[in-house]
Design a protein. Structure first.
Ligand SMILES: Nc1nc2c(ncn2[C@@H]2O[C@H](COP(=O)(O)OP(=O)(O)O)[C@@H](O)[C@H]2O)c(=O)[nH]1
Ligand SMILES: [Mg+2]
Length: 293
């Protein structure tokens, strides 16, 4: 299945259209929506683009793309997650089932150990998805593969207690990073939200505010549905950043634009495969280049 990027579709549209009339801008809006930029935002951006192009008498393909870039750029937010030195830090990793939470915890653990601390001893993974035994085993497996310590209890146990123990273990060193995996059964939303709020309280009581980040994992292939997931988790505990996974499986990614514009949530990491090194810090400039050439 050939995946046409937004830019390829746009070039095709420029090829068909000799003049940039209302119909052109309408089709440009559709192309933005196909790239997972929400409908309302896409229409707003296209309206603005059309108005500015008319006012400034822009009839050149490259100038239109340039204008579009100027309108989209402020919507794409990035952040750098940097654990506070010489303190215990906790990153709580959230998201619905299957988006790549557990995999991302392992990738980030390896990434921070290598790129930030230069030591595996400064990172602990907490198996706080206690809902299924398989989830705990999965994290233990990643622990063996990456050489990073895992704190786990039995399945069915209290996820807050797991995080608590992981923080205690890290506190004996006085510094480092705890990456906590969580369950994501959104079909039982009320219980999930309660459970997350309890974990949230536990962490808030144990570590300094600037050392605690709540990170949502979003599957880039889910499109606008991801935005609704972000709303639910943001309402429940508040979000500091997003990790975008499965970027290798989609040519879209417009979700990032809506995320920044509508919820003001920045992206920290992007993942593009199933292996541990398939993670990189999110770079908004690079992202815009990939989107618009
Ligand atoms: N292609 C691809 N697959 C991924 C990526 N991240 C995770 N996965 C896969 O997605 C599936 C679900 O991941 P998992 O970490 O178990 O999700 P969780 O339920 O949110 O914990 C697994 O098969 C992962 O290997 C990614 O960046 N790219
Ligand atoms: Mg999991």
């Amino acid at each position: 299945m050939a995946k046409l990027t937004f830019m390829e579709k746009l070039r095709k549209l420029f090829g068909i259209k000799s003049k940039y009339d209302e119909e052109f801008f309408e089709e440009l809006g559709d192309t933005l929506i196909e790239s997972d930029i929400g409908a309302k935002l896409a229409f707003d951006i296209v309206d603005q683009l059309e108005e500015e192009c008319k006012k400034e008498k822009i009839f050149d393909e490259n100038l239109i793309v340039q204008k579009l870039k100027e309108l989209l750029t402020p919507c794409v937010l990035q952040t750098r997650l940097e654990p506070v030195k010489d303190k215990v830090n906790v990153y709580l990793v959230l998201g619905v089932n299957g988006v790549g939470k557990t995999t991302s915890v392992a990738k980030m653990a390896a990434w921070f150990a290598d790129k930030y601390f230069g030591s595996k001893d400064d990172v602990i993974m907490a198996a706080s998805d206690t809902f299924r035994a398989a989830a705990i085993d999965q994290l233990k497996f990643h622990g063996e593969k990456t050489g990073i310590r895992v704190v786990a209890h039995q399945d069915g146990s209290d996820p807050s207690a797991v995080v608590f123990d992981a923080i205690q273990a890290m506190s004996s060193k006085g510094k480092g990073l705890v990456l906590a995996d969580t369950a994501g059964r959104l079909h039982n939303k009320e219980n999930l939200v309660k459970e997350l709020q309890k974990i949230d309280r536990t962490i808030s009581q144990k570590v300094d505010k600037d050392c605690y980040k709540k990170i949502l994992v979003l599957d880039a292939t889910t499109g606008q549905n991801g935005l609704r997931q972000a709303e639910v988790f943001n309402d429940a505990v508040g979000l500091d950043a997003v990790i975008l996974t499965k970027f290798d499986s989609t040519a879209k990614g417009g979700m990032v634009v809506s995320l920044g514009k509508e919820l003001s949530i920045p992206v920290a990491f992007v993942c593009f495969g199933e292996k541990y090194p398939d993670i990189d810090v999110f770079d908004s400039e690079k992202y815009m280049k990939e989107l618009l050439g």
